[in-house]
Design a protein around this ligand. Sequence first.
Ligand SMILES: *[C@@H]1O[C@H](CO)[C@@H](O)[C@H](O)[C@H]1NC(C)=O
Ligand SMILES: *[C@@H]1O[C@H](CO)[C@@H](O)[C@H](O)[C@H]1NC(C)=O
Ligand SMILES: *[C@@H]1O[C@H](CO)[C@@H](O)[C@H](O)[C@H]1NC(C)=O
Ligand SMILES: *[C@@H]1O[C@H](CO)[C@@H](O)[C@H](O)[C@H]1NC(C)=O
Ligand SMILES: *[C@@H]1O[C@H](CO)[C@@H](O)[C@H](O)[C@H]1NC(C)=O
Ligand SMILES: *[C@@H]1O[C@H](CO)[C@@H](O)[C@H](O)[C@H]1NC(C)=O
Ligand SMILES: *[C@@H]1O[C@H](CO)[C@@H](O)[C@H](O)[C@H]1NC(C)=O
Ligand SMILES: *[C@@H]1O[C@H](CO)[C@@H](O)[C@H](O)[C@H]1NC(C)=O
Ligand SMILES: [Fe+2]
Length: 510
Amino acid sequence: MYFPLFLSLCFVASSSVDPPGWNLLFGTDILNETYKEPLIFDNPVPKWIKGSLIRNGPARYGMGERSFLNLFDGFGKLYSWQFSGNGSVFFSSKFLQSESYNESLRINDIAPYMSFDNLKPPLNIMQKELALAHGMDNMNINVYNYSGDCVVLTDTWKLYVVDCYTLDTIRPSKPTIPGAETSFPFVSLMSVAHPVREYGTNHHITILQSLSVLPGLPHKFTLVRTKSADTREKIAEWNVKKMPYLHTISITERYVIVFGCPFYVNIEKMLQYTVPKESILFHKDEPTVAYVVEIKTGKVVTIETENIFTMHHANAYELDKDNIVFDIISYNDASLVTFFEMDNLYNKTRRDGFPFKPALKRYKIDLKAGKMTSTSFDVNPKLPHVNTLEVPTINENYRSKHYCYIYGAVFKSDFKTWGNFSFVKKDVCNSTGDLSWSVPDHYPMEGWFVPDPNGSAEDDGVLMVPVVDGDLGKSYILILDPKTMKPITKAYLPIIVPFHFHGRFIENVF
Ligand SMILES: *[C@@H]1O[C@H](CO)[C@@H](O)[C@H](O)[C@H]1NC(C)=O
Ligand SMILES: *[C@@H]1O[C@H](CO)[C@@H](O)[C@H](O)[C@H]1NC(C)=O
Ligand SMILES: *[C@@H]1O[C@H](CO)[C@@H](O)[C@H](O)[C@H]1NC(C)=O
Ligand SMILES: *[C@@H]1O[C@H](CO)[C@@H](O)[C@H](O)[C@H]1NC(C)=O
Ligand SMILES: *[C@@H]1O[C@H](CO)[C@@H](O)[C@H](O)[C@H]1NC(C)=O
Ligand SMILES: *[C@@H]1O[C@H](CO)[C@@H](O)[C@H](O)[C@H]1NC(C)=O
Ligand SMILES: *[C@@H]1O[C@H](CO)[C@@H](O)[C@H](O)[C@H]1NC(C)=O
Ligand SMILES: *[C@@H]1O[C@H](CO)[C@@H](O)[C@H](O)[C@H]1NC(C)=O
Ligand SMILES: [Fe+2]
């Protein structure tokens, strides 16, 4: 009796647990690398598409006997889809050859570098101290073109320069900022994985977060202009009593918005536990503190608003001299950062029951009154899930301008099942324009909008979306028409491209 009972329990468990392809999407090491493999599309690729979609994200979750507990910590892998401009497309993929990855390969164990969460089995005290001293090194979140230098980023000041043609890792960089105070008692390691392009230029703006280790001495923000992988200019510097975790900033023609949700670094806990998971804490009873910085003068206006959390901003722009609108994906708290723990991702009851409720929100900033108030967007009753999109992307020609369309992935489209993915278009000007694409058991991720050089409307172009086809157990790159959200063409890839984070289309790499 025992044996059949055991078998039937297994059957019940496995049939009600994870949908097809789940293990390919999350947590399986995809070690294969590829170099310029030609892709076969089911319909012709528009010939005006010329350049490379380059993306980044975790694809290896352990080394030797040790593994990561949170998806965020997986070793970074780079992907490129090179569009030649004649209809041919080539796919490459390669692990980021960071110091920590090289060292981990060498010792066949996860080398002691800082990670978001603890490891399994955990590091000993000495290894933890060493990890804290080494800092973060696994740049697995984003990709930028810093005026000709391809760089990969995480939420740190350190970055890696990579070759966007071969995906080879060239070198790390920790640029200095002339005129900024970054030495003791400051520890200047934190920054954002989503810098923003400065309006009308090829420069990017980012922020350095300097933690003061002397009790009573305030922490410091330095707003910084990035002119290449190594060149930085100070725009503004100001003190803060508490240092929030930041993942992104937003920009209008004249202002930068630093939206500091009350998710604060606790230095004592950081020294004690050595991992951000235990030492960056959300304060449910505290306001969000936004800093609006005038780029030209460096003048900072501080405005408090409601208690909220966000990882991703969609866009911001000026309505007139004193009024700004600013759109974000909001959450009621910062529990999102623990959502991506393997124990949660692999427990259907837990992941479906998790309070995962992203909501698109607009803030109106009145600079004269020093006020910031939130509004929500109309819901299209036929497609209510569209307002819960994440990893927002827009037509970059509309960055810092009045715009209507946000594209993104929805992870819980039926509001019940975390795993019911769709890829959507939100019309923030009129919800009757909302659209959604989905196929059962297919898992789309962040997309990228490539504008048609001959186009005139905001949605003239294509969307490029990596998708895991759970039924076939394969990945493909999907090209969608943003006007209809219907497929134009797709190509299966030689390897799995698991759930990953961000990237962009870089022209001139073809
Ligand atoms: C991926 O690598 C494994 C192990 O080396 C190999 O067996 C497999 O054939 C590779 N898959 C592809 C699609 O190249
Ligand atoms: C743009 O339109 C012009 C005129 O119709 C055409 O000659 C040209 O090839 C088009 N360019 C692209 C990139 O589609
Ligand atoms: C397109 O250009 C690429 C790179 O120059 C080349 O390898 C490929 O064969 C070309 N494809 C066609 C269809 O001409
Ligand atoms: C890691 O090793 C690879 C291959 O040996 C090398 O090309 C790369 O430069 C190394 N990375 C660093 C950061 O030194
Ligand atoms: C990157 O951006 C610069 C402009 O800042 C541009 O000239 C260059 O062609 C872009 N692409 C690459 C691969 O550098
Ligand atoms: C899955 O999560 C539920 C709810 O948190 C918990 O009761 C259950 O023990 C977990 N299952 C496993 C296998 O860990
Ligand atoms: C939204 O679009 C619909 C359909 O085009 C139109 O009937 C409606 O008037 C628009 N609403 C607004 C507020 O513009
Ligand atoms: C997702 O939810 C929709 C709406 O309830 C449903 O029609 C669809 O079958 C679901 N897909 C999956 C893969 O669960
Ligand atoms: Fe992000």
